[in-house]
Design a protein around this ligand. Sequence first.
Ligand SMILES: [Zn+2]
Ligand SMILES: [Zn+2]
Length: 418
Amino acid sequence: MKYTSPRGTRDILPEESFVWRQTVNKIINILENYNFSEIQTPIFESADLFQRAVGDTTDIVEKEMYIFKDKGERMMALRPEGTASVVRAYLQNYTHFQKKKVTKLFYNGPMFRYERPQTGRYRQFHQIGVEAIGSSSPFLDAETMVMGTQIFQELGLKDVNIAIHSVGCDVCRPVIKEKIKSYVESILPNLCEDCVSRYERNPLRILDCKNPNCQTFFAGMPDMNSALCKECNDHFLGVINHLEESEIKYNVDSHLVRGLDYYTKTVFEIRSDLLGAQNAICGGGRYDNLIAELGGRKTPAFGFAIGIDRLYMVLNELGLTKEIQKQTKFLIIGLGVKGQEIAFKTVLILRKRSISAEMFYKDNSINDGLKEALLLKVQYAVIIGEDEIDAQSYTVKNLKEKKQFTVNSLEELISIDN
Ligand SMILES: [Zn+2]
Ligand SMILES: [Zn+2]
């Protein structure tokens, strides 16, 4: 093979694409019911935006960004996540958004991270994400997580669970960091290089380390909840209360920090056991400082993103994609020049009447036509041979029920099953 897709990327073939689009449409319907509206931002932005927003001690910025210099000598980056771009767009179009107290936006598109390729992880991957900007109410945290759960339930995933935690605010974060630091000090000689470098720069990030050896030393990490300030603690209890009111099952995971620096207070993940160790199909949380950090007024916000590649994997594994198939109704097989001409006119009329139809372009083999019909999984193969031309009729084969019958007009063909 002369050319293959770049390492860590893949082609999404028609069968998956079809399921994919149906799935995305279903998700978008739910988002719109919760009053989220779509925003589309560029696939690349100034690299600096992500360094600032995501944080320069995160895996994403330290190791995984696709950065390039454009012809104008500007450092650009393919977006590794969606929130920074949406916040940048929110601020850039502030006169458009500012009248509303709360702005709810969603995005849908490819993201890029230079990661080690592994099952369900790609260097170009697809996310649908939401950002609700303008309120610090714990109701907003809860309803957005309820929305996330509803999405997976409506897609047929019964086994998902929510892990939730609070990473604190400007006031209590330093206390949390100190707690982690003093614990990590005792295990530091056992940890990897990254952990050691993060110990000084951003101890909270140590919990993101994917090194299995490091992970074994994290088990004894102190519970961060006890270090939350009153405001963060009250907020966390509020969120949990509202989750209980919504009858959502959740568990508190005191090691959950998410791999981005902008989170404050609530962080959460929706997980599926089918994905193995890195089992999140949705993750997000509150980011009350990010908008101010990127130059706006201090504005609280909450968001999450769903990984569509991994979601598809889970749906597929559970057999939930089998029922979702594109189906063309008719394959019209015409014999000889005259048969082909009638076939051509027939498919055009069927399609104009919004009926899916395909023509078989070979004019000398009904058998080949029927084989094609089976491959295409059409409902009906329609044969126009010499006899049919003479009688101005169509022979119709119902491929599923293996029945054959004759219809005597185009109108009759159109009305099959209608
Ligand atoms: Zn706090
Ligand atoms: Zn480590």
